[in-house]
Design a protein around this ligand. Structure first.
Ligand SMILES: [Fe+2]
Length: 201
């Protein structure tokens, strides 16, 4: 059955299983494997060593529900990030700025310990720790990336406008984000990424 333009679509119920990393009721999924993440970590030798021993399991995946694609629609889903490190950098998502840069996003932690790393193109940077029950509101115009700083899966539920889109090239073209989330021995800290050349305007 097709729905006439402008007519209400049926409501959707989603059920997250943070342990399994699944979102039942969702209608889309993608996975990122270590081999897909070449260039996002600064320590290329550590990346190559890890890739040589890679078992092919995804580093992270997203399961999402896309129901309405108009300007009022929202995309809801979960992001599941395995624990691990490449050199001293923790496993992380590629990160992006929304293609429509003023679009915001909400993330709520369902499992694990993570950091939301946020930067503006004019040089502001924030690293916000998240554990179960924490929600971070990512305003428009902030580049954002999830980082797993714990020893178990870091699972978040996200909600963002369906017309936001993602610009993944911005971080790549800048030589990575301005700051890195790295191990401090028994925890995490940030340090400057010396490869970062500034974001294009
Ligand atoms: Fe986003």
């Amino acid at each position: 059955m097709t729905t006439p333009p402008g007519a209400p679509v049926p409501p959707v119920k989603l059920t997250a299983d943070p342990v399994a990393g699944r979102l039942s009721g969702s209608n889309g999924r993608y996975e990122k494997h270590l081999a897909d993440l070449n260039g996002i970590y600064r320590d290329a030798a550590a990346y190559d060593r890890l890739l040589a021993a890679d078992d092919g399991a995804p580093v992270y995946w997203v399961e999402a529900s896309e129901t309405e694609d108009g300007p009022g629609g929202l995309i809801t889903g979960i992001s599941v990030l395995e624990p691990g490190r490449v050199g001293d950098e923790f496993f992380m998502t590629r990160g992006h700025l929304h293609a429509r840069a003023d679009r915001s996003e909400v993330y709520t932690c369902l499992a694990g310990q993570g950091v939301m790393l946020l930067e503006t193109v004019d040089g502001r940077s924030e690293a916000i720790e998240m554990s179960v029950g924490d929600t971070v509101y990512v305003p428009g115009h902030w580049v954002h990336r999830s980082v797993n700083v714990g020893s178990t899966r870091f699972v978040t539920m996200f909600i963002y406008p369906a017309d936001a889109g993602q610009d993944y090239g911005l971080i790549h073209d800048a030589g990575g984000m301005k700051n890195l989330v790295v191990s401090s021995g028994d925890g995490w800290t940030t340090r400057a990424n010396t490869d970062h050349e500034g974001y294009r305007a």
